[in-house]
Ligand binder design. Sequence first.
Ligand SMILES: [Ca+2]
Length: 116
Amino acid sequence: MREQTYSFDFENSEGRRRHKTGGLCIAGTFAEIKAFAFEHFDKLDKDGDGFISRDELKASFEDQNTSQEARSYIFFLLRRLDEIQAAYKEEWGSGDGISRADIQEYFKTWIEKVQK
Ligand SMILES: [Ca+2]
């Protein structure tokens, strides 16, 4: 499989996708973001409906108590929200935002790609 590279895109645009080559790309980064999302899922999912919505991510991002490191992970999730929430089709209806299954599927695919 072709090597995939990914770079963080700090432009504030909704839904626009940019896949660059030669950017920051390490499987470790994806594993870290995934670990972060799982570890903080309940905290990020403020209303506890099992989905982290865009508004919930934004609220955590803007929270004064959110660390810089956490912000960078949340930023990634915000930028990729549409892709991540489409990663797994929930049988019980699609809520607004990212479910644990979405995270699992999305990062599994990415981590497999970058490790090949
Ligand atoms: Ca929620």
